[in-house]
Design a protein around this ligand. Structure first.
Ligand code: 6XA
Ligand code: ZN
Length: 343
């Protein structure tokens, strides 16, 4: 399995996020990718390579151009107007307010975001860009037919980022960029399976009105968990996309015994859809020891999870999303890939 990884992820190193009424050190930190790198290398899962630069085009296929330009330039504007410290947005659009893009910095920050947990730093654009390149490279490799599976070791994660908004530690939607590239290079139907603990609201939003990309997400019930306002079972897509979005909210405390049944139903749906390629949004924050999550998967369960996905028999790209129990994250992610390749 080819693995794509760029050291540029280190450039995203936020100082603090708003959590539980306090500014706390960011959970989404460089050590996450470092330990995953070490474990996939130790497990001998495949050659690890730096992604080739495929440019901004694959990113602009799913993200709005105005948003991409905003991400590229916002730090420079902030540095000049405010100073050398992390950017956090201040306020958002409420019902009956206008979705009008203001010209001011704080206005645009609110317009393009939806939470206060996602600091922008000096290196955010370069780190997010490098992650997107890893995902695009993985997709290009599958599309070429040279490999049946790949892993994009992305950081920051991506599945909460939408067409023109960031949040949930995510800026560019790596999985969506990969799915679109697979479409553009010949796959008629692509499925995205999101097994992160949190609902992949950005991926859902990007493909909401499309019937060519099936989005399936298993996650903690948004009635109890972030992102709270998206991820319910009755969200099925719209127009040509109606029926091409499947949300499977699961209760707090879900363990492998109940998770595996839901995963099996998700895979049945992907098979029925006739997907020619699969992108897996791979979060390991379903782990029992995760500091911000409340599922109960154990380290050996991740082997089972990978094996079950492997049973689908599809060309598959894994894209790293969440997982914050840093010490266990590397083994848990490597276990999914090991289970998938059937060792
Ligand atoms: C809000 C929690 C953000 C969730 C990030 C994540 N502070 N998403 O892991 O998959
Ligand atoms: Zn998550």
């Amino acid at each position: 399995m080819r693995i794509f990884y760029s050291e540029d992820h280190r450039l995203q190193h936020g100082r603090a996020e708003l959590n539980d009424g306090k500014l706390v050190p960011c959970f989404e930190k460089p050590e996450r990718a470092e330990i995953v790198y070490r474990q996939v290398a130790a497990a001998g899962l495949g050659p690890i390579q730096t992604p080739q630069d495929l440019g901004e085009e694959p990113i602009r296929r799913v993200h709005d151009g105005v948003y991409v330009d905003f991400l590229k330039t916002v730090w420079g504007r902030w540095l000049e107007e405010r100073g050398d410290y992390d950017i956090l947005p201040l306020n958002w659009i409420a019902p009956n307010m206008r979705r009008r893009r203001p010209s001011s910095l704080d206005g645009q920050l609110g317009y393009h975001s939806y939470d206060a947990g996602t600091p922008i730093t000096a290196g955010t654009w370069r780190a997010a860009y490098a992650g997107a390149q890893s995902a695009a490279n993985g997709a290009a490799l599958l599309a070429s037919g040279a490999e049946r599976s790949a892993f994009a070791l992305c950081r920051p994660p991506g599945h909460h980022a939408g067409t023109d908004f960031y949040g949930g530690y995510c800026f560019l939607n790596n999985a969506a960029i990969a799915a679109q590239l697979l479409r553009d290079r010949g796959a008629a139907r692509v499925a995205v399976l999101d097994v992160d603990y949190h609902h992949g609201n950005g991926t859902q939003e990007i493909f909401w009105k499309r019937g060519d990309v099936l989005t399936v997400s298993l996650h903690a019930d948004p009635d109890d968990e972030y992102p709270y306002f998206s991820g319910y079972a009755d969200e099925v897509g719209e127009g040509p996309g109606e029926g091409a979005n499947l949300n499977m909210p699961l209760p707090i405390g879900t363990d492998w015994a109940s998770y595996t049944g839901a995963l099996s139903a998700a895979l049945d749906r992907i098979a029925a859809f006739g997907a020619e390629a699969l992108v897996v949004s791979l979060g390991a924050d379903t782990f029992v020891g995760d500091p911000i999550s409340r599922f109960k998967l154990q380290t050996p369960d991740f082997l089972r999870l990978g094996a079950q996905i492997g049973g689908a028999g599809l060309p598959t790209l894994f894209v790293l999303e969440g997982g914050y129990a840093v010490d266990a994250l590397g083994v848990n992610v490597a276990n999914v890939l090991t289970g998938f390749v059937g060792r």
